[in-house]
Design a binder for this molecule. Structure first.
Ligand code: S3P
Length: 435
């Protein structure tokens, strides 16, 4: 497959953004361990989420699709059955880390694997706290996949100060805590997304979470629920930036998740001069949603502080693109974590920005981008993406402001989180050509 993103005449129209990836994983897992049948609508049908769904099926959970909704027959916290085969999580750090937590409290052994990229990602960050709780979990010598979990006699709640701000690590601990003796308390350095906490509360857990502290009290069961998944803010981010940097644009994105731990990008873009209006606030379960209207804007540089990083970690690549078409030097503090994502995103973005002839450099641990302003046109080039969906979509958006086009290498990776990206983009007026 080949994807060429050509310069465009502006974006217009209204679309509904497909379901959120983080919330889709959590909805499937929580429904599988509740006490009855849950109905989930607007589930994200990406490769990452389908891999989690298939692993739950392999573990004995009955999941069927009727019309546009998924029906999940829950079996309780410890009701999963041993899988005959290894569990495969593809590209998904969220899938494998959350499921490791849950598999830690089952009475059988599990082996968890993933694709080439996931096989290189750090798993010590979950192995350490889970082991402290009494879980029998091990990875390779280097602390990577495959993960092996065997039944443990005693699993205890934990009082844990997180060394890295990571919702995946926090969530692995919370899922393991469902089968532990005693309460669990987690303290974070910076606030990471709180979808697990909100979902646990929705399914009936005794949990409190505020600022940087989460406390899960002994909970015996989850009660099945019907839920609708909000649109994925991280998917919406690509079209938000696309409309801001393309002339004559005016788009509306419907029912997008507005969880405060996810939308720092929006505040940043508004600070930069973005013409963005949010309206029609409502909520899906415990998650806020709203419509987002975006118009072409003149952008100025931004500064991202280290405390904001977890909130916009997945949006940094597309914020780098926005900064390239802004006036002035943008500064991004302590974005080290970007090196441990589906690819080394800092390196992949630096390489692409160099090809865009956008000056970028590291000043100590501050990454700087010298923006060229709204009239800048990127030269044509082939963007290497390291099979990373967010790198591919970021350069596809940059192509809209190119002298003629940017070609995207391995665009299949986009299916990891946003299979509808090309079709929805073209519906709004992007000029994506697939051959
Ligand atoms: C996610 C948490 C983040 C994010 C990832 C999804 C989640 O990862 O980058 O795309 O659903 O919990 P970390 O928690 O590892 O930073």
């Amino acid at each position: 497959m080949k994807l060429i993103s050509k310069s465009c005449e502006g974006l217009h129209g209204e679309i509904k953004i497909p379901g959120d990836k983080s919330i889709s994983h959590r909805a499937l897992i929580c429904a599988s361990i509740s006490d009855g049948t849950s109905k989930i609508s607007n589930l994200q049908e990406s490769e990452d989420v389908i891999n989690t769904l298939n692993s739950l099926k392999q573990l004995g959970i009955n999941i069927t699709k009727e019309n546009a909704s998924y029906h999940v027959e829950g079996k309780g916290f410890k009701g999963l059955k041993e899988s005959e085969n290894q569990l495969y999580f593809g590209n998904s750090g969220t899938g494998i880390r959350l499921m490791s937590g849950l598999l830690s409290i089952q009475n059988f052994s599990s082996s968890l694997i993933g694709d080439e990229s996931l096989s290189k990602r750090p798993m010590k960050r979950i192995i350490e706290p889970l082991s402290k709780m009494g879980v029998n979990i091990s990875g390779s010598k280097e602390g990577t996949l495959p993960l092996r979990i065997t039944p443990a006699k005693n699993i205890n709640g934990i009082n844990y100060k997180m060394p890295v701000a990571s919702a995946q690590v926090k969530s692995a601990i919370l899922f393991a805590s469902l089968g532990a003796k005693g309460d669990t308390k987690i303290i974070e350095k910076s606030i990471s997304r709180d979808h697990t906490e909100r979902m646990f509360e929705y399914f009936g857990a005794t949990i409190t979470f505020s600022e940087k502290e989460t406390i899960l009290k002994k909970t015996n069961k989850f009660t099945s629920q019907n839920l609708e998944i909000p649109g994925d803010f991280s998917s919406a981010a690509f079209f938000i930036v696309a409309a801001l940097i393309s002339k004559n644009s005016d788009i509306t994105l419907k029912e997008v998740g507005m969880n405060p731990s996810r939308i720092a990008l929006l505040d940043k873009l508004v600070e930069m001069g973005g013409n963005i209006q949010v309206s029609n606030f409502s909520s899906f379960g415990k998650e806020p949603v709203a419509d987002i209207n975006v118009k072409s804007s003149v952008l100025y540089s931004c500064e991202v502080m280290s405390d904001d990083v977890p909130n916009l970690i997945d949006e940094l690549p597309i914020l780098f693109i926005a900064s390239s078409f802004a006036k002035g030097i943008s500064r991004f503090n302590e974005i080290e974590e970007l090196k441990h994502k589906e690819s080394n995103r800092l390196k992949a973005m630096q390489e692409g920005l160099d090809k865009m002839k956008i000056k970028n450099f590291l000043d100590g641990n501050v990454f700087c981008i010298k923006g060229m302003g709204k009239d800048y046109k990127s030269p044509n080039f082939l963007a290497e993406t390291y099979y990373d969906h967010r790198i591919a979509m970021s350069f596809a958006i940059a192509g809209l402001n190119s002298s003629s086009s940017i070609e995207i290498a391995s665009p299949e990776s986009i299916n990891t989180s946003f299979p509808e990206f090309i079709d929805l983009g073209n519906r709004l007026g992007c000029n994506f050509e697939v051959s």
